[in-house]
Write a protein that binds this ligand. Structure first.
Ligand code: T3D
Length: 262
């Protein structure tokens, strides 16, 4: 598939997906959502991809749904649930199901569905100029794209409720303080830091990182007993990987491990 609304490059084990409709703050029309879904599929299938980096072109990360598409002039409006199911749910599932680390570099405002796409990623870095905005309530909608799932788990119920009902712009530093994201960098160095992190992750034990992600996904719904069992089962798988053997051997031989992602 050739891409018109995202750019997609693979280098040094990192697949970089950039939302690329800067004139409308990288808001999502259906083709852009389909392209993002396709690119995430490539990341899943391509063994040379060992980490993913998501970001936006220009001054925004993304303003969420393209509202001109959602409410076309002189035409019946499309069914909103079709947009949610067709555009966003597959992206959130693809990010969470991909057993490779997904880094998000939030370079500017992340609004609506895009804020929640960012929060679904494994490690979220933001520029000091970025902000997070649950814009839905301003147009009579509810947070989608996993917003009502991730927000209370990340920020707690009180902050999640206020973010969803007030739709205030939460600056990156506040998002950091609330536990929504991992680190904030000056705008000028964000991409360099995000790429460095993704390239580092791409040299690490990919299967093990994927299993960490699977365990964390399951922890969101499990009680302690169930989760202890998940850990035992997944540790059995991790313990048989090539990279686990290499990691232990390298430690004992006092040398740097060389992980192959298997
Ligand atoms: O069907 C469904 O709706 C279901 C799916 C829902 C998922 C969702 O994501 S719902 C939430 C949709 N997003 C929003 O409501 C956010 C709307 N945008 C804004 O509130 C503001 O643009 C921002 C706070 C994000 C940024 O503000 P600011 O002042 O920095 O920029 P701006 O001037 O508002 O926007 C710049 C341009 O981008 C402008 O176009 P122009 O005037 O230069 O021709 C603006 O119209 C355009 N733009 C921004 N956001 C969207 C958009 N165009 C289409 N859709 C957008 N979401």
């Amino acid at each position: 598939m050739s891409y018109q609304y995202i750019s997609f490059q693979i280098a040094q084990g990192v697949a970089r997906i950039t939302f690329n409709r800067p004139d409308v703050l990288n808001s999502f029309n259906r083709p852009m959502a389909k392209e993002a879904q396709d690119a995430l599929g490539v990341c899943e299938r391509d063994e040379t991809v060992r980490a993913v980096l998501l970001t936006g072109e220009g001054r925004a990360f993304s303003a969420g749904q393209d509202l001109a598409e959602a409410a076309p002039k002189d035409q019946p409006w499309p069914e909103i649930s079709d947009i949610v199911r067709g555009s966003y749910n597959p992206i959130i599932r693809a990010i969470r199901d991909l057993e490779k680390p997904v880094v998000c570099a939030v370079n500017g405002v992340a609004a609506g569905a895009a804020a929640n796409i960012a929060l679904a990623c494994d490690i979220v870095l933001a520029s000091d100029k970025a902000s997070f905005l649950q814009a839905f309530c301003h147009i009579g909608l509810i947070p989608d794209s996993g917003g009502t799932y991730f927000l209370p788990r990340l920020a707690g119920f009180a902050r999640a409720s206020a973010m969803a009902m007030l739709g205030e712009k939460i600056p990156a530093h506040q998002a950091l303080e609330w536990g929504l994201i991992y680190k904030v960098y000056p705008a000028e160095t964000l991409m360099q830091e995000a790429l460095k992190l993704a390239e580092h992750l791409a040299t690490q034990p990919t299967r093990g990182l994927g299993l960490i992600k699977r365990a964390l996904n399951q922890s969101l719904a499990n009680d302690l007993d169930a989760q202890l069992e998940v850990e035992a089962e997944l540790q059995a798988v991790a313990g048989k990987t090539v990279d686990c053997k290499e990691g232990i051997q390298a430690f004992l031989e006092k040398r740097k491990p060389s992980f192959v992602g298997k």
